[in-house]
Design a protein around this ligand. Structure first.
Ligand code: GLY
Length: 400
């Protein structure tokens, strides 16, 4: 497979430099193929270890224990979503059949109004299967999920409530940007603009209050639910209230790229670029571009890395590059390629038959709580496979 041309503006007079760039990107494309094959084999191993009524969450190597969850946990959509991506890339029916089996466990969450995570849970699972093999039944599950999510919107605040807490608090986390795609989809399917309006209002409120002057974002904003005023700006999963939690930056980037795709509002594109530029030019971003779990983590350079933040960032950049001019396009593509090279190396990608069947090692879930620290994570795998798939699609388009 041919690689993606990174542009020749900087080397138009040098055929040799151009050839080097192309051959470098060619090798990324071919290891994307190899990584997808390995990932599919790993997920068949994970599948073989999974209890029938549970979903994978993480793996504890020291006791060879797969940690699982029920369908209500926020990560429940990633396992079937990853299986579906891998099925699309390999054509392996066993992966598809396993995804369909698991969707049966997940289906009841369409009526869950106690979480904002329905985008992650339902759009990454049912959304993908409906994209691949559309059916009225999947569509209904997705529409019910969008309705459930919309119940959490407060027009006074202009946002969807993330976590249920004390009635005088209204907590919105940056992660919530990731749930808007389900709402955009619902308006496209039904013609009912309510969902679109909620998504846009949420994105605008987030843009107004979540970001600092340096374009990093707070993890948590606590609004007054009666007046919409900001009561607190803080963290839950980051190192400190004023720090830049790495996955939060990645969720924001990905979410604003989504919002731009669906609205074509230039403000969202600019916000996405500001986040990308904060991340890629941060002095604490390591050379392999896999960030520390927090850009301000104590102990840098010995702090833990978060492969999930890297995977989400790579996938987002592989879409963002489509919307920007040549110079930025080249920068974002190169950064995404660097991340994919790093994640596909033995430092981060598990050897076949290890890691409990998860694809990537070294994710950080919730460091301050001491949970899921330096472990595999379903969402690291999902966005890594998505990024590989996006990379291959770009390379194929370039070739056509
Ligand atoms: N949405 C939770 C997380 O990113 O850990």
């Amino acid at each position: 497979m041919a690689g993606i041309s990174l542009g020749t503006a900087a080397c138009s007079s040098s055929e040799q430099t151009q050839a080097t760039e192309l051959s470098a990107s060619e090798s990324v494309a071919s290891f994307a193929d190899a990584s997808i094959k390995e990932a599919a084999a790993q997920y068949k191993y994970l599948m073989s270890r999974l209890p029938q009524d549970r979903l994978p969450k993480t793996y504890h190597a020291e006791r060879d224990e797969l940690e699982t969850s029920g369908s209500e946990w926020w990560t429940s959509g990633f396992y079937p979503g990853t299986l579906l991506y891998l099925y699309e890339e390999t054509g392996d029916q066993a992966l598809y059949d396993e995804a369909i089996r698991v969707l049966g466990l997940l289906e009841k969450e369409q009526h869950n109004t106690s979480t904002h995570d329905l985008g992650f849970m339902m759009y990454d699972s049912f959304g993908n299967v409906h994209r691949i093999k559309p059916s009225p039944a999947y569509k209904q599950v997705l529409l019910n999920s969008a309705k459930s999510l919309a119940t959490r919107f407060n027009p006074k605040v202009g946002a969807i409530r993330s976590w249920d807490s004390a009635p005088e608090d209204f907590i919105v986390i940056i992660d919530n940007m990731m749930n808007l795609d389900l709402l955009f989809w619902a308006t496209k399917e039904t013609g009912d603009s309510t969902y679109y309006d909620i998504a846009v209002t949420h994105a605008n409120t987030t843009m107004q209050h979540h970001f600092r002057p340096d374009n990093s974002s707070y993890h948590v904003i606590n609004y007054n639910p009666a007046t919409g005023e900001v009561q607190e700006k803080k963290t839950a999963q980051g190192a400190a209230d004023e720090s830049a939690w790495a996955r939060g930056q990645a969720w924001g980037l990905y979410g604003f790229v989504d919002a731009y795709r669906e609205t074509k509002d230039e403000n969202y594109l600019q916000q996405a670029q500001r986040i990308a530029d904060f991340t890629l030019h941060h002095p604490n971003l390591p050379q392999d571009k896999v960030p520390y779990w927090d850009f301000n983590a104590p102990g840098i350079p010995d702090a833990l890395r978060d492969a999930s933040a890297a995977a989400i960032t790579a996938s987002a950049l592989l879409e963002l590059n489509l919307y920007v001019g040549e110079t930025k396009k080249k920068e974002y593509l190169q950064a995404a390629e660097s991340i994919l090279r790093s994640l596909s190396s033995e430092t981060y990608m598990a050897a076949p038959g290890t890691n409990g069947g998860f694809i990537l090692k070294h994710g950080v879930g919730h460091k301050p709580a001491g949970t899921e620290v330096d472990v595999p994570l379903t969402y690291a795998d999902y966005y890594y496979v998505e990024a590989l798939k996006r990379y291959k699609a770009l390379a194929e388009k370039e070739q056509a």
